[in-house]
Design a protein around this ligand. Sequence first.
Ligand code: FNR
Length: 208
Amino acid sequence: MNPLPKGAAVDARSRVRRALAIAGSLRSGSYNRLLLANARTMTPAYLEIRSYDDLASIPLFDEDLEQRTSGGPDAVKALRVLVAEADGLLISTPEYNQSMSGVLKNVVDWLSRAGPEEVLIGKPIAIMGASGGRWGTRLAQANLRQVLTATESLVMPQPAIFVAEAAKVFDERGQLSHDLTRKQLEKFMLAFSRWLELMETPRLLKAQ
Ligand code: FNR
C-alpha cells in the first residue's frame, strides 16, 4: 500500500474504507485481474481493496433457481454479503463483442435483485477495463455504466481508464510497466477513494 499521495491532507475524520474488486473474466491470465491487482498496490492508506475471486461459482441467473433457493444459491448469497459490507465496488471489465462480458452481466443481474437488502442501491462503484483491442473497453464500459444505472448504484463519472492493447502494458510478472497507464491508475485510485467518501452522505441520508 502506498503512503498518502503527495499533497493529500490527512483528515482526522477519515476512516479506512473497504472496497471489493471484481474482474469480469474467468481467464487465468486475465488482464482485468492484473489491472485490479496493480490498482490494489496504489491505494492511499485509507483505502483497502479485497479481491473477489469466486466468479466461476456464480451460476447463470435463473428466476426459478432464485425462487427455489430463496434469493440465490450459497455462492450468490456469499457475494451479496461481501457487496453489502463493502463501502464500494471496483469493477474491471473485459470487452467481448463491444460489450461487457457475459459473466459480469450475470453477476450484476443477481446482485440487482431485491433480497434482504438491495445491495447495489446507493453503492459507490468505479469501473475500469482492459482489452486486447485499440479502444480499451470504451464500449464495454459504456455498456456497463448503462446497466448499472438501472441498479441505482452510484458510478464514478470521471476519471476514466481504458487500457488498450493490454498485452503491451504488463511485464512478465504482471506488473503494469507502462508509465502513462500507471499514472492514470494512480490518479484513478485516488479519485475512487474520494468518491467513496463523497458518496457516503447520500447513502446516510437515504438510511434515515
Ligand atoms: C474479445 N476481445 C475484444 N476486444 C476488444 O477490444 N473489443 C471487442 O469487441 C472484443 N471482442 C471479443 C469477443 C470475444 C468472444 C473474446 C473472447 C474476446 C478481446 C478481449 O478483450 C481480450 O481477450 C481480453 O484479454 C479479455 O479480457 P481478460 O480475460 O484478459 O480480462
